[in-house]
Ligand binder design. Structure first.
Ligand code: ATP
Ligand code: MG
Length: 436
């Protein structure tokens, strides 16, 4: 029975108070990307497994150890998405978005699934806000993408997040680098973990991303890619820095960033915080110029990032960042008894149609109990509806914060109530102004 009352390991419920925080993050994200000309894309939660093998890369931890893969009843191998880029690129190709004016700038905020050891900021179901920009090979695009993440952090008010950038080159310069890595790691073969021995043959750069303490200690002294960049990649990297400087976006160069996914080329970056323990990357991304072609399209440069929403939320909590209060009830209509509950229901229904947050009793409680409930709902105004009010076609509306009572006719109740709330808000505002 315990299984029925416990969510699966590594997942979390978003109860209303937490969902409210996420809604706030989503709102900030949507407002930010709109200023950058990015449009939302929604792709399925599952894709053909092959898509992730081919894009994320079958030598990566994500594909080798972390994917939720199963066979469906039609004997297809299906995987829950471990990240957002692969699905976005698949949809981009499937629907011919490359025929639209370029660059095509897409964003998403979706759930992702990875079978990992759950801990703070590391879940099996988590959420990523991501952006993908297709069609520009300019360093301006890399920098613009990084600026989006920086704007989101700034708008929310989180601090102590450092942008670290690196270039991992293109297939041309990486060939030389691979040779150097092979040479370096071959000498240390005896100490590498089982997985890294396999990586040595297939993709030695992956060893640089190994989380085992022994491998990462060895990797710390490995040759760095920045010493092997070709002219084009060197220029590109310098341009990225110039654009970041132009926007006053601080960064440091970290030659050890290689990223855990295979599709990156040239620029890679991470936004790092030291306020979240081991889960230090709040956002990570880079350029992936080969991916569109790798997935069957014509060659098309692209870049993007994924930001962990849970990590952002943890950071907001760690830094005591307040989110705006959820909307609370504007008017609570308390029918004197059941006889008047029909008129009360009509009134709140009409108000709701006008966009007003209005409540009435749906439990059959006494007026006293209703008033207690209205107080818990933080109703700005309350009114009691009884025989006299209906007979006189007029009700008394009480403003709860100062006790002021206003008579409002029932004939034009909605308009008059809305006018009252606007007048009160305006006089509050004027009062504040004078107080200055
Ligand atoms: P890490 O090194 O922490 O495992 P990663 O390199 O696997 O991160 P990416 O694949 O780049 O992460 O995903 C982008 C962002 O998504 C990360 O920077 C992080 O904020 C978030 N993220 C990744 N995995 C998880 C997870 N299991 N739970 C919560 N957030 C995650
Ligand atoms: Mg990971």
């Amino acid at each position: 029975m315990a299984l029925l009352t416990k969510a699966p390991r590594g997942t979390q419920d978003l109860l209303p108070s937490k969902a409210h925080r996420y809604q706030y993050i989503e709102k900030v994200v949507a407002e930010t990307v709109a200023c950058f000309g990015f449009y939302e894309i929604r792709t399925p939660v599952f894709e053909h497994t092959e898509l992730f093998n081919r894009s994320v890369g079958d030598t990566t931890d994500v594909v080798q150890k972390e994917m939720y893969t199963f066979e469906d009843n039609g004997k297809r191998s299906i995987s829950l998405r471990p990240e957002g880029t692969a699905g976005a690129v698949r949809a981009f190709l499937e629907h011919g978005l490359f025929n639209e004016p370029l660059p095509q700038k897409l964003w998403y905020l979706t759930s992702c699934y990875r079978y990992e050891k759950p801990q703070a900021g590391r879940l099996r179901e988590f959420h990523q806000f991501g952006v993908e920009a297709f069609g520009s090979q300019s360093a301006a695009q890399d920098a613009e993408v990084m600026a989006i993440a920086r704007h989101v952090f700034d708008r929310i008010g989180v601090q102590n997040i450092t942008l670290e950038i690196n270039s991992i080159g293109c297939p041309v310069c990486r060939k030389e680098y691979h040779k150097a890595l092979l040479c370096f790691f071959n000498e240390k073969k005896g100490d590498l973990c089982e997985t890294c021995l396999g990586r040595l043959e297939r993709n030695p750069m992956r060893i640089l991303d190994c989380k085992s303490p022994v491998c990462s200690a060895i990797a710390a002294d490995a040759p760095v890619i920045t010493d092997f960049l070709c002219d084009e990649c060197t220029t590109h990297f310098a341009q990225v820095q110039k654009y970041l400087n132009a926007m006053d976006i601080d960064f440091i160069i970290n030659p050890h960033i290689v990223r855990g996914l295979d599709y990156y080329t040239k620029t890679v970056f991470e936004f790092i915080t030291h306020d979240l323990g081991a889960q230090s990357a709040v956002c990570a991304g880079g350029r992936y110029d080969g991916l569109v072609e790798q997935l069957g399209g014509n060659p098309l440069p692209a870049c993007g990032f994924g930001m962990g929403v849970e990590r952002l939320d943890l950071l907001m909590q760690a830094q005591n960042i307040e989110v705006p209060e959820p909307e609370h009830c504007s008017l609570y209509v308390a029918p004197y008894n059941e006889e008047f509950s029909f008129e009360a229901m009509r009134l709140v229904n009409d108000l709701r149609a006008e966009g007003v947050y209005a409540l009435t009793d749906v439990t059959g409680r006494s007026v006293k109990a209703q008033m207690k409930y209205a107080d818990k709902c933080k109703a700005d105004y309350t009114m009691i509806l009884g025989a006299d009010d209906i007979a006189n076609k007029e009700v008394k509306v009480k403003r709860m914060n100062d006790g002021t009572v206003t008579q409002i006719g029932l004939d034009d109740f909605c308009d008059d109530f809305i006018r009252l709330t606007i007048n009160d808000a305006l006089s509050d505002f004027a009062g504040e102004d004078f107080a200055l």
